[in-house]
Design a protein around this ligand. Sequence first.
Ligand SMILES: *Cc1c(COP(=O)(O)O)cnc(C)c1O
Length: 227
Amino acid sequence: MIAENYRKVLERIRSAALRAGRDPESIKLVVVTKTWPVEKIIEVIEAGARILGENYVQEALPKIEAIGDKAEWHFIGHLQSNKAKFVVNRFRMIESVDSISLVKELSKLAEKDNTQVDVLVEVNLEGEETKSGVMPEKLSELLREISCYERIKVKGLMTIPPLFSIPEDSRPYFRRLSGLREDILNLNIPNISLDHLSMGMSNDFEVAIEEGATIVRVGTAIFGERK
Ligand SMILES: *Cc1c(COP(=O)(O)O)cnc(C)c1O
């Protein structure tokens, strides 16, 4: 079941890419494993999954311990600075960076471990103060600040639009993130590369691909509804 769902999602990614005139190989699938136990995660790895996404540090650590480097892990949830020490060297990418205090902490840890940390900056396109992510109007300022931290490598942008029942309703948000990427690229900020746009989940990943997503994060379409 999981293996079959995984293959169906891959096929839908492929079709969406071809429809949009894009190379299917240019799109990465992050399989979101939050709430699912190790046995289920092993099933999806055996089906071919190579990148897994987790939202909570406490939940992720035992899974990473059990599964190790059979997969690459992306942190996709809100990360508090005091938890940063658990993610450096365990997660290949932190997709949800939205504050300079977190960057400072990650940088300190990377320095200590003589490593670097790949991150995406999460953008809050709704402008609701309660949600995580940096406001679009503050994005360039944050990126300029991050660019001073040599060990923090910005690889792109991430967003989580509001939940819609109709996938098409997410399109303006995805288009907006693509536009922001273009605007920022024009600023030529040193040490910042924006190869990746992480956008699109089970309900709307095909629309996201049409709008330029290079990373889609999919849970429910593979594992079923979370309890
Ligand atoms: C849970 C989650 C997903 C996956 O959502 P589905 O609708 O289950 O595909 C993707 N991204 C983030 C940040 C999430 O928290």
